[in-house]
Write a protein that binds this ligand. Sequence first.
Ligand SMILES: Cc1cc2nc3c(=O)[nH]c(=O)nc-3n(C[C@H](O)[C@H](O)[C@H](O)COP(=O)(O)OP(=O)(O)OC[C@H]3O[C@@H](n4cnc5c(N)ncnc54)[C@H](O)[C@@H]3O)c2cc1C
Length: 497
Amino acid sequence: MKRRAFLQTAVAGAMSAAMPARSIWAASSEINSNIDAIKLNGDSTVIEKAVAAEFEAALNGHVILPSTEGYDAARASWNGMIDKHPALIVRCVDASDVSSAVNLAREYELLTAVRGGGHSVAGKSNCEGGILIDLTEMQAISVDPEARSAKVQPGVLLGGVDVATQKFGMATPAGVVSHTGAAGLTLGGGFGKLSRVYGLTADNTRYFDIVTPDGEFRRANVSENPDLFWALRGGGGNFGVVTQFEYQLHPVGTDFLTGALVFPLEKSEAVLNFYADWITTAPKELQTSIAAICLPNGKGFINMSIFYAGDPAAGEKVIEPMRAFDKPQRDDIAVKKYIDLQKRTDRNVPHGQQYYQKAGFMKTIEPGLVEAAVSTLNNPKPFTQTVNFTQVGGAISEIDMGATAYANRDAAAQVVLGGSWRKKVDEQEEWIELIRADWKKMYPYTNGFYINNMMGDEGDARVRANFGSNYDRLVELKNKYDPMNLFRLNANVRPTV
Ligand SMILES: Cc1cc2nc3c(=O)[nH]c(=O)nc-3n(C[C@H](O)[C@H](O)[C@H](O)COP(=O)(O)OP(=O)(O)OC[C@H]3O[C@@H](n4cnc5c(N)ncnc54)[C@H](O)[C@@H]3O)c2cc1C
């Protein structure tokens, strides 16, 4: 019964998919036994050998099992702290594969994770014992400069989007680390250097092609499934698996005034106080951030970065007060290539290290928050500590809170308190507690959080509060599209039916 149900839809899926792709995955799993898996409710289940073999035969991609060569590499996340063992990884190469995987997951009520670029710090894009719908190989991207649009598959990383669009002197606003996945970032909102002028990545998404939990292919845009279009712009992975995004591009050019002023860590209080004040009057063309780093030996620095999305000469004038504030150790502000800038911090956050973080938005950076941040930075830990402030606001705040599911539009900045260490250590839990203790002092000065920076220990009540007045509508849509809550490994909106 189960078998017939998922195969029927898989065939329908195959028919409606364009040009099947072929997987680049070298190893192929031989399914010669049943697959033991975990269900959504935590119970065990078995996918019968014949069903699994037939499922794989119908795929253009591959199934990767714990016994398959390369399984460990395939299950690895950006955050090395995540060590989850899915029962099967479905390496999809097209929308038809995604539909088949969703049907299998639904029919067997499998615990289901979805992976784009694999950067979920909390490890939500992997699961223990369930099915991992892996989109890594869906790498197509095409740019239409006339239409000012880019069609992007969900395995594409931000660096890929920037390279493809900058060839035409264009860009869409997105994040600042080139190895981050476009998919997860867009669904949670997505912001970066251009967002104060052009809005969130989600605000610049013209349509989403999605396989909903019923296995059907849908397009969500202003005229087709507008309710889903609303929900996908900030509602995270709650509503299915997106197989293609179309982004709006802007003819921004390729060169910008950008760079950083670097100060010794001892000056962090003065720098942060200046920054807190300065961002309140910054024009929206200016996007700024702070990165303060304290190493285990107590050494470190504080970096005040700028990006000016306009005429560099005008930008030079705007940043005069910043340059006059104090003499930095280093000033590398100059006109630079956007494409280089977008890779600038990649190596500071490599794959495979252990990362833990807490994050929150705020409307103003209160003196108490500066005090808490400085006290953290002045108190070295056995690991590298970072305090980052990122300016948001501008065009993000010009859109009505109810216009899309993204609910933190009134924020002026985000603070992220992070700890990282190279390898797993026995003291890991204690170290995480140290970060939590420092966060307790910062948290009261925050107001909501970015769902893409969740650690997964926030709890349902905070997720609900974070979506604010948009939550009830999200529940309605969750009831409509995902009543069984198949897609729950995210900032979960629980259905009520
Ligand atoms: C180093 C680093 C830098 C970052 N910088 C920024 C930044 O500058 N700006 C910013 O806005 N964010 C930033 N983030 C946060 C980033 O937005 C999230 O980590 C986001 O989840 C990354 O997307 P991904 O595809 O890599 O995630 P994944 O880990 O693959 O997925 C995360 C979640 O997204 C959902 N998902 C992913 N793909 C799909 C899909 N195709 N269909 C449905 N659901 C899907 C799933 O729920 C999944 O659990 C950064 C994160 C890191 C680790």
